[in-house]
Design a protein around this ligand. Structure first.
Ligand SMILES: Cc1cc2nc3c(=O)[nH]c(=O)nc-3n(C[C@H](O)[C@H](O)[C@H](O)COP(=O)(O)O)c2cc1C
Length: 210
């Protein structure tokens, strides 16, 4: 097995280091973040850093890069205090990836890629109509990470939209049924294949598949 030290990582050229570092967490969820400013200028950007922070209240986090350049997602959700998470499926992958291009603020990625905005009454941020699994969030907190200038954005889930047939009996959402995707680095995407479900682990008891 090859071993890399922190010095080896620091010595990599920038593109290699980005590919290496963004592979380290393994496959992550990938979704389109939908935002708007108060004037109604909409924005979409793919984010792979969405994570579960708690179930009661239901909280999700995501990490925004440092705002050394304009960050439309971060600016919009700071202004409007709401955003959407729109899970991808294969048919919208290319359009979603294109949303990572640095369009000027007055260009909506909806218009640039042909994706359609869907609005829920009383909720300002746009959903992606083509997504099969969508979440609306309200801003709870933005926590700076001083080590590198990134920010952990904490949101409270206020809306979830998914077809009834994709709800599982135990309360979960059928992620393979909606053909949810995963990603690594900034360019590699995966489909999901279910492996197993295991019962709550207890000391002294063998793992039990259910
Ligand atoms: C697969 C993929 C995952 C990404 N994940 C993130 C992320 O988690 N956080 C982030 O700040 N940018 C992420 N990006 C980069 C943003 O999508 C990109 O910077 C985008 O232009 C931001 O647009 P905005 O300025 O409209 O917010 C990702 C890009 C790709 C292609």
């Amino acid at each position: 097995m090859q071993t890399f030290t922190d010095q080896d990582i620091a010595a990599m050229d920038k593109l290699t280091r980005v590919q290496f570092a963004t592979s380290l967490p393994g496959a992550k969820p990938i979704s389109l973040i939908g935002t708007t400013d108060l004037a109604g200028q909409c924005n979409l950007a793919p984010f792979s850093s969405v994570l579960h922070l708690g179930s009661s209240p239901c909280l999700l986090g995501m990490v925004s890069r440092p705002d050394l350049v304009e960050r439309h997602t971060l600016a919009n959700l700071t202004e409007v205090r709401a955003w959407t998470i729109n899970h991808l499926h294969p048919a919208i992958l290319d359009a979603a990836h294109q949303c990572s291009a640095r369009y000027p603020k007055d260009v909506s990625e909806f218009a640039a890629t042909g994706l359609s905005a869907h609005f829920h009454p009383g909720f300002l941020a746009p959903f992606v109509a083509e997504s099969r699994f969508r979440i609306g969030l309200e801003l709870e907190d933005i926590i700076p990470i001083p080590a590198n200038g990134t920010r952990l954005i904490v949101g409270r889930v206020v809306l979830v939209q998914v077809a009834e047939e994709n709800m599982l009996d135990h309360g979960g959402i059928d992620l393979t049924g909606v053909d949810c995707l995963a990603s690594t680095a900034l360019d590699t995407y995966f489909q999901l294949r279910p492996l197993a479900r295991l019962a709550h682990a207890m000391p002294g008891q063998d793992p039990q598949r259910i």
